[in-house]
Design a protein around this ligand. Structure first.
Ligand code: AMP
Ligand code: GLY
Length: 425
């Protein structure tokens, strides 16, 4: 079968690589891809929002399965668009992707079905939102309703900070229409973890737990990023906690979406706060996480194409989904200045040496091939991923590999996985 992967990040590199390990895979195309995906398959010069071109290409190449990585095309309805044209596409419909596309929709859904989450209030008017704040105590979380590339959330420690965030979102329209409605919510306390499942709209099959590192600097300091590293498993998600997550959050949410006429097929990603009283929802995403995918998929011992097909066809219950016991750690190497302004086009050296290190996979994100060299082409550049028999071993192996690679201005966190080690030790 020929496969088309939509996207250009480390997540898509990890997905393309895993799909190609399937005996069912003949060839993978990646649109638009990066210098790393070009080593797994063939890059195609089509952007993720060019739905017509994607459909044309899929027809011409007789693509058997389209996988969509990023949230924007999913929320815009790419899966419905392709399926209406008779193209086999994996992922949620537009109606189902609202679980990530609208924070307000999701808050209302969770409240209606009694799924544990934060207390909240919604506003479409800045003055009313500020009035409401007068009766509240800080901290308070201010969220733009729509998609804002992970930047539409401010955890305000004072009321003044919250007011400023409201003004930026609603009055200055920093995120355009995404901020025309906002949600003010209670700050949840605890430790965050990511928990993803495959679902066919009724049945779920769990993935292994993981933890992301959202802030740019060590010890969770500085501004939020797309994610600076991840590891799997996350020891905070004990066997008992996992059962609670599945029973109190994942299955009820899949059932709730079906009841609402928004059957969710694909990957449901829960950003969780593991609080003293149990797991609570911080956010849902309608797709694989980045960089969580880079530590989850290498642990998958079953066939990814068969799993995706079972989700589409509605027979996931009979599908085997097995995971290895190995631990994985992924360290993101980013451009200097990220998540603010950064330069592109810096030559990356040491990649070849690295590929010979066993137990290590170099996932590319913002990279580009340029006259036989590989140069930087984005904020998050590489995801250096390594395995080990323990989390500690995987972290040590990943940092050893990081040492061999360099480019001008590079930055990476030195404390990826530290929370897991602190917990155990
Ligand atoms: P989101 O874009 O919804 O994932 O939010 C980004 C980050 O903001 C999350 O990973 C959390 O660290 C933080 N956050 C969002 N909502 C809350 C909340 N209600 N309580 C505490 N932290 C939150
Ligand atoms: N790692 C966070 C995300 O994919 O949204």
């Amino acid at each position: 079968m020929k496969i088309l992967v939509i996207g250009n990040g480390g997540r898509e590199h990890a997905v393309a690589r895993k799909l190609m390990q399937s005996p069912l895979a003949e060839k993978v195309f990646i649109a638009p891809g990066n210098a790393g995906t070009a080593l797994v398959g063939e890059n195609v010069d089509i952007k993720v929002d060019e739905f017509e071109k994607i459909a044309e290409f899929a027809k011409k190449e007789e693509i058997g399965l389209v996988f969509v990585g990023p949230e924007n095309p999913l929320v815009e309805g790419i899966v419905d668009f392709l399926q209406e044209k008779g193209i086999n596409a994996f992922g949620p419909s537009k109606k189902a992707a609202a679980i990530e596309g609208s924070k307000l929709f999701t808050r209302d859904l969770l409240k209606k079905y009694g799924i544990p989450s934060a207390e909240y209030a919604a506003f479409d008017n800045a003055e009313k939102a500020k009035q409401y704040l007068q009766e509240k105590e800080a901290p308070v979380v201010v969220k733009a309703d729509g998609l804002a590339a992970g930047k539409g959330v401010v955890v305000a420690e004072t009321i003044e900070e919250a007011e400023k965030a409201i003004d930026e979102m609603m009055t200055d329209k920093r995120f355009g229409e995404a901020g025309s409605k906002i949600v003010l919510e209670e700050k949840l306390l605890g430790e965050e973890a990511s928990y993803l499942v495959f679902t066919d709209g009724k049945n779920i099959k769990p993935m292994v737990s993981s933890q992301d590192h959202k802030r740019i600097f060590d010890n969770d300091k500085g501004p939020n990023t797309g994610g600076m590293g991840a590891y799997s498993p996350a020891p905070i998600v004990t066997k008992e906690m996992e059962q609670r997550i599945l029973k109190e959050i994942m299955q009820p949410t899949v059932d709730a979406m079906a009841k609402e006429g928004r059957e969710f097929k694909g990957i449901l990603y829960a950003g969780l706060m593991i609080s003293k009283t149990g797991p609570k929802i911080v956010e849902f995403n309608c797709r694989f996480g980045d960089p969580e995918t880079q530590v989850i998929l290498p642990r998958l011992d079953s066939d990814l194409i068969s799993i995706m097909q079972a989700c589409i066809e509605g027979n996931l219950a009979e599908q085997e989904v097995k995971w290895s016991q190995k631990a994985y750690c992924c360290i993101i190497m980013a451009s200097g200045g990220y998540p603010g302004k950064y330069e592109k086009g810096k030559e990356i050296t040491g990649l070849e040496k690295d590929s010979k290190i066993t137990e290590t996979i170099v996932f590319h994100a913002g990279t580009k091939a340029d006259n036989g060299k590989v140069v930087t082409n984005g904020g998050r550049v590489l995801g250096i991923t390594a395995s080990g028999n323990t989390i500690k071993e995987s972290i040590d192996n990943a940092y050893k590999a990081v040492e061999k690679i360099s480019f001008e201005g590079m930055q990476f966190r030195k404390d990826i996985g530290q929370k897991a080690l602190n917990r155990k030790g």
